[in-house]
Design a protein around this ligand. Structure first.
Ligand code: MSP
Length: 481
């Protein structure tokens, strides 16, 4: 059977429409999904929206809408954005989906029956922005450092999940990379968190939040929104909440896709995933994801992106200005993958002009024009540079997407240099022209082959153009800005 590859993004909150941060994760996941599909692997790519909880409920009320109505609206915006960006997800999971909700109920019932969930009382602080309980240690000047508001004091009856029970087992698995956390500094961060702070039991139910999934054995409570959301990674494959051996067979498309090959996200949700989510899987007797990869966080001109600063970049703005494939390129090349990055419209404009309009676009136009003018007949083969392909594969396997793009652009720059050096437009003899242009055209074809997961439409166009018997000058790929 073909190797399987299952990749997920977080389910995004519907408290706001998609921005460039969500877009980064989703495009990166798409690049990986397309890459693995092309390798012939049985691939499943899941994304979706996280629609329950206090934050969404409050936002809906503010907009004078019922929570579901409000969630429908924002979810539609996410679906539209991903379609526009040519995202190849196999499913889009909404946590308000009936089947998901039923499965969450079933899963929690199982955890309750085995004693991993118990009735307790919660007294402490809650940050609605994070949808997380906070300890004094987490606060800066009494405020949540991410949301800049003091958390609410809470005291209520709740059902707790025995997170502490799984502390040792999880730490062992993280240390041994049975749950691989990448990049390595993120693994170290989590190991030290386990060792210094350890895991405390966590409330898995809320009594005064109606917008959620009712706890099956006590419907006066709803399920904690994170517990609800994590299970999307299973229900998105068609899992119905059944535990034990049966559910491991034949999820989605008749393939057992769990465990995920890689779960992609940023540092803001690393801790909850490697503690609560991983422990839930142990409690449900399911295997842990193979890898959790933490990519960097985007800042805009050195500032946190936010509505109040008015600097939010939406995917639709980028597409309008640069087009779909250029947007995908600009995002994926904006930062070292796994490191934070600072972005701005100025930097995008510059890179668009340098790498795309004057780079790839100009090169393909110049070359195809020369080939057409000289009526050359070439027979080029894609993937003919084995060394290049090997280097690229190594980078892709190591999540070094920005470096993979640099490698492709090295090839393009080299093509440009050859043309400038040899000046084939000055040559009289057709044979001599062919001798210069043929290998350059071959390199472009190879580069386009490697570019496919990043810029699927542009790559296809170039491949079609340069593998034709008669190469013709095409439309300009990237108009200058
Ligand atoms: N709903 C939860 C996740 C539940 S998963 C079981 C959530 N949603 S979110 O909408 O806030 O998305 C957070 C994720 O969006 C980050 O982990 C990252 O993948 C992406 N990003 C959001 N802002 C980002 C940046 N500024 N930069 C890079 N990625 C960012 O948390």
């Amino acid at each position: 059977m073909a190797k399987k590859f299952y990749i997920t993004t977080p389910v995004y909150y519907v408290n706001d429409v998609p921005h460039i941060g969500h877009t980064y994760t989703t495009v990166a996941a798409d690049v990986l999904a397309r890459y693995h599909r092309a390798l012939g692997e049985e691939t499943f790519f899941l994304t979706g929206t996280d629609e329950h909880g206090a934050k969404i409920e409050a936002k809906a009320r503010e907009m004078k809408l019922e929570p579901k109505q409000y969630a429908d609206k924002i979810t539609a915006a996410f679906i539209e954005a991903w379609q526009e960006l040519n995202i190849s997800n196999d499913n889009f999971l909404r946590t308000t989906d009936e089947k998901h909700m039923a499965a969450v109920g079933k899963a929690l019932q199982h955890m309750y029956d085995k004693g991993d969930i118990y009735l307790s009382k919660y007294e402490g602080l809650y940050c609605r922005g994070c949808e997380q309980y906070k300890s004094e240690r987490d606060l800066v000047n009494g405020e949540c450092p991410d949301h800049k508001v003091a958390p609410e004091k809470m005291s209520e009856e709740c059902y707790n999940f025995k997170l502490s029970k799984y502390q040792d087992e999880l730490l062992k698995k993280i240390k041994k990379d049975e749950l691989e956390i990448l990049p390595a500094n993120r693994k170290n961060e989590m190991v030290s968190f386990f060792e210094k702070e350890g895991l405390q039991d966590v409330s898995f139910s809320r009594k005064n939040i109606k917008w959620g999934i009712p706890i099956p054995w006590d419907t006066s409570h709803t399920v904690y929104v994170w517990a609800d959301a994590f299970l999307n990674y299973l229900t998105g494959l068609g899992w119905d909440g059944e535990v034990g051996k049966a559910p491991l067979i034949k999820w989605g498309r008749g393939v057992s896709f769990w465990p995920a090959s890689v779960q992609l996200m940023s540092k803001d949700i690393l801790r909850v995933h490697t503690t609560i989510w991983a422990a839930m899987l142990l409690s449900l007797e399911l295997p842990l994801p193979e890898t959790i990869f933490i990519h960097g966080y985007f800042q805009i001109n050195g500032q946190k992106m936010g509505k109040s600063l008015g600097n939010v970049i939406a995917p639709a703005d980028l597409i309008k200005k640069y087009g779909v494939d250029a947007t995908r390129y600009l995002i994926m090349s904006a930062a070292v993958f796994g490191h934070d990055g600072d972005i701005s419209w100025e930097k995008f404009d510059e890179k668009y002009n340098a790498d795309l309009a004057n780079g790839l676009g100009n090169l393909t136009a110049r070359l195809s024009n020369l080939i057409e003018k000289n009526s050359l007949k070439l027979e080029l083969k894609i993937n003919s540079d084995k060394k290049l392909t090997k280097q690229y594969e190594k980078l892709m396997a190591g999540y070094k997407f920005d470096e993979a793009l640099k490698l492709i652009w090295d090839v393009l720059r080299n093509c440009d240099e050859i043309l400038s050096d040899k000046k084939p437009w000055k040559l009289k003899d057709a044979k001599a022209v062919k001798k210069v242009l043929e290998p350059v055209a071959g390199d472009i074809l190879n580069a386009a082959g490697l570019l496919k997961p990043f810029m699927p439409t542009v790559a296809k166009k170039i491949i079609k153009q340069f593998s034709a018997k008669e190469i013709k000058k095409g439309e300009p790929l990237f108009p200058r800005i």
